[in-house]
Design a protein around this ligand. Sequence first.
Ligand SMILES: [Zn+2]
Length: 273
Amino acid sequence: MAVVLIISPHLDDACLSFGAQIASYTSAGHHVLVHTVFAGSPVPPFSPSADRYHRAWGLTGDPVAPRREEDLRAMQLLGATSSHGDFLDAIYRRDEQGDWLVQPGSRPHTRFMPEEPHLSKAITARIAGLVEQHAPALVATAAAVGTHVDHQRARDATIAACRATGAKLRLWEDLPYALWTNEMSPLPDGTALAKRRIAACGKEAREHKYLAAAAYVSQLPGLVYEGVGLFDLLDRRWSDLADEEAEALYGEVVWTATDAEAREGDPCDEPGL
Ligand SMILES: [Zn+2]
């Protein structure tokens, strides 16, 4: 049985975007480790933007500790092992001048954000350490559809770590962002996306994903778009995709990231892995 290493930017991204694949891998007997990069607990004072999110999430005190608990439950439901990085979410970070990275009224999207070279280097080192420790047959992370700065930081660090170690990498379509945009944060030099495909799976994997997603209780009120809740949004995305993969009962979009070191084939498609 193989190890699959999942790099999730935030506590819920892997489940929402790739949860059915995770359920498929674990039910096939593979060991899936889901590492969330931006899962660190911030120290007050918080930015006005962070305060607004905390009110929406109904969280007081340490706002991330209960979210880590939600993630533990969700990953248990998927049969995966979770681990939590201690980097801070963009809403808790400051720029080099000491100002909050995410200002009130602005969104944490890459086109508005300064570079964070020290952070990127530290995340890359962390992920490279995980790749070396676990020798995964496959690494998967966000493609940064929707251009969230944290998704880009996690993605680019994962790409760099995989390039350094030769690990095989897949990028997932970020949900629910992909429902309203196909804009993706620019990829690092020397990286291109190839082979977009729908990773198909069965009804059970979909059910496991939805059950696990429901464990992110604090996040559900914020995962509403134009009055439509998360589970209807996920259904809506699948109904958009279903024509492409007529035989499948459910599926999630993934890309192969190619560069000079990329190899062909998806090890998780190979029977007996
Ligand atoms: Zn996220």
